[in-house]
Ligand binder design. Structure first.
Ligand code: NOJ
Ligand code: CA
Length: 585
């Protein structure tokens, strides 16, 4: 349970990992919980359906809280659970202070938050400040009001260009495809960086600031531990609505990463810090420039941001090392923890992506029918999971990742929902395939997602998911679920000690190896040839079975070194002919 004072987690090293000298010297370090939290992303619609209507609901989440506790997570992030016409599966919100009736009620949400807290699981809710639903009362008022009115000024209404204003005000394109402007009956156009049903708010308007600050307090007062901020770098637009330059300088893009955003987040941080148990702000910020990203994480702004560079990185040692190094280096000066993310509700499931010839992720690169080798992808996803769990910072797990669910790629056109698919004319396969309801038990759909014999789930599950259910994987030592359980539990005991920094170990090009603390080493073999373990190292956990004491391809191991690190340079821990483990310390 949370107390009245700032909540901190006490991380102490398990005695077995330490020599007595070290143990005496080490005093537990008190660090805020969010700096190394494991956050599980709940896509409510696809998590668990208790009333049999084919749609996941809050009662379903409540019934599975013990599953989440046993998995070993510290917090739940809920995708938007508010009333919505579902033009973008909930990211088009009509009422920010209510629960979608398909999911339950506000009272149930409060119960869920409290029950999770009883299990020491915190709750993070999604807030969407860039846009509202076109059914939101403000937008309805704007449509009913005249051009130039106060009501329209909460959005970006403008006259068009050309004869009769028939051309959009500028050439900005929607992130979902097509122009970012839609014309209304009286001839004005309004801006939507996403779907037309998601009009962008005008963050130069005082109402917009006041409303969102109030929404934050509304959820913080209900006990949520933090918010995930949707499209956090898009809120502010250049009022001149200048065209997009081909190579904008820092802060010069007309609707991305503008410097004025920081003032908004400073205000939000002051609100979050105003609680006895300070609330946490997590930014969804897709920025290639790690230093620009880190500016949002200065001590008086957001606490953390999703690490999309790591998520999008190909399964290969050099790019992964570069991504890890760049993230750590950029976060260090602002004293913010890095996050490690392999998937979410917007991207291709890792077991599918890692089985492809191109293992990187990009929205532009997605095409239906890209071949994949699921066995290889699953093996790599296991190795990637253990790697990400060993890195310093906070970890995100998207529901179904712990079951190794593949992307569902053969959803019939008439069953698809995602505007990315719809607005690209089907060229982009969209995101429905990573949002298919979870399989809990049994050998046939709906696999316990809904009670058997009830309505078909809102997205149909494949017929071959029987071996992927929670039931089938529980207790099966080789399963993805048991790997996640074991990895997350091992992570909890912090085998690296007090927040220890990462230190790369020299290795052959096919291997990544890093040390944390005195005796913890994480080693990943990407290459075809098995790599011998350093002499005397105990294997704490491995993503696949070792072969004759060696680490096979696409495998991660966590090791505990036998000896305390020598003071002088030594090569005694070396056992790999190819040079792996020659630490030269
Ligand atoms: C990011 C969300 O993760 C995505 O699902 C959504 O479509 C866009 N923001 C727009 O809200
Ligand atoms: Ca339901």
């Amino acid at each position: 349970m949370l107390g009245n004072v700032a909540q901190v987690d006490t991380i102490s090293q398990p005695a077995a990992v330490l020599d007595p000298e070290q143990h005496r010297e080490s005093t537990p370090i008190e660090r805020p919980w969010w700096r190394n939290a494991v956050v599980y992303q709940v896509y409510v619609r696809s998590f668990a359906d208790r009333n049999g209507d084919g749609i996941g609901d809050l009662a379903g989440v409540r019934s599975q809280l013990p599953y989440l506790r046993d998995l070993g997570v510290d917090a739940l992030w809920f995708n938007p659970w508010y009333p919505s016409p579902l033009a973008d599966n909930g990211y088009d919100i009509v009422d920010y202070r209510a629960i979608d009736p398909a999911f339950g009620t506000l009272e149930e949400a409060e119960q869920l938050i409290a029950e999770a807290r009883e299990l020491e699981i915190r709750t993070i809710v999604d807030v969407v400040p860039n846009h509202v639903s076109s059914e939101h009362p403000w937008f309805r008022e704007a449509l009913a009001a005249a051009p130039g009115s106060f009501e329209r000024d909460r959005f970006w209404f403008r006259s068009g260009r050309g004869e009769d204003g028939a051309q959009p005000p500028n050439g900005w394109q929607s992130i979902f495809g097509g122009p970012a402007w839609t014309r209304v009956e009286d001839g004005e156009w309004y801006l939507h960086l996403f779907a037309p049903e998601q009009p962008d708010l005008n963050w130069t308007h005082a109402d917009v600031w006041a409303e969102h600050e109030d929404v934050l307090r509304f959820w913080f007062d209900r006990g949520v531990a933090g918010v995930r901020i949707d499209s956090a770098a898009l809120l502010v637009k250049d009022p001149a609505l200048a065209e997009e330059p081909s190579d904008p300088g820092p802060g010069q893009h007309p609707f991305m990463d503008r410097d004025e955003l920081h003032e908004i987040y400073r205000r939000w941080r002051a609100i979050a810090d105003g609680y006895a148990d300070p609330r946490v702000l997590v930014g969804e910020i897709w920025l290639a420039d790690a230093e620009r990203l880190a500016r949002y994480l200065r001590p008086d702004e957001l606490h953390t941001a999703f690490n999309f560079d790591f998520l999008a990185c190909p399964w290969a040692p050099a790019p992964l090392r570069a991504s890890i190094e760049s993230a750590l280096a950029a976060h260090e000066p602002v004293d913010a923890p890095t996050t490690w993310v392999l998937s979410n509700h917007d991207v291709t499931r890792p077991v599918t992506r890692y089985g492809r010839a191109d293992t990187s992720f990009s929205f532009e690169g997605r095409r239906a029918g890209t071949p994949t080798d699921l066995a290889r992808g699953t093996r790599r996803a296991r190795a990637a999971a253990l790697l990400s769990m060993a890195l310093p910072g906070s970890l995100y797990v998207y529901q179904g990742e712990e079951l190794g669910l593949p992307e569902v790629e053969d959803i019939p056109a008439e069953r698809r929902h995602d505007p990315m698919w719809l607005r690209s004319g089907g060229l982009d396969p969209g995101r429905d395939g990573c949002r298919v309801p979870l399989p809990w038990a049994g050998s046939r759909p709906p696999y316990g997602f809904s009670a058997a014999g009830t309505t078909t789930p809102w997205l149909e599950q494949p017929g071959d998911w029987g071996p992927l259910t929670v039931e089938a994987q529980s207790g099966a030592p080789e399963s993805m679920l048991e790997l996640y359980r074991a990895g997350l539990h091992a992570r909890r005991s912090a085998p690296w000690g007090d927040g220890a920094e990462l230190e790369w170990q020299p290795s052959i090009p096919d291997v990544l190896a890093f040390r944390r603390g005195e005796r913890f080493v994480c080693l990943v073999n990407f290459g075809p040839d098995p790599v011998k373990l350093p002499a005397g190292a105990d294997v704490l956990i491995a993503s696949n079975e070792l072969e004759g004491g060696a680490v096979p391809h696409d495998t991660t191991v966590w090791l505990r070194q036998a000896e305390v690190r020598p003071a002088r340079p030594s090569r005694t821990e070396t056992s790999n002919d190819s040079g792996q483990g020659k630490e030269g310390r």
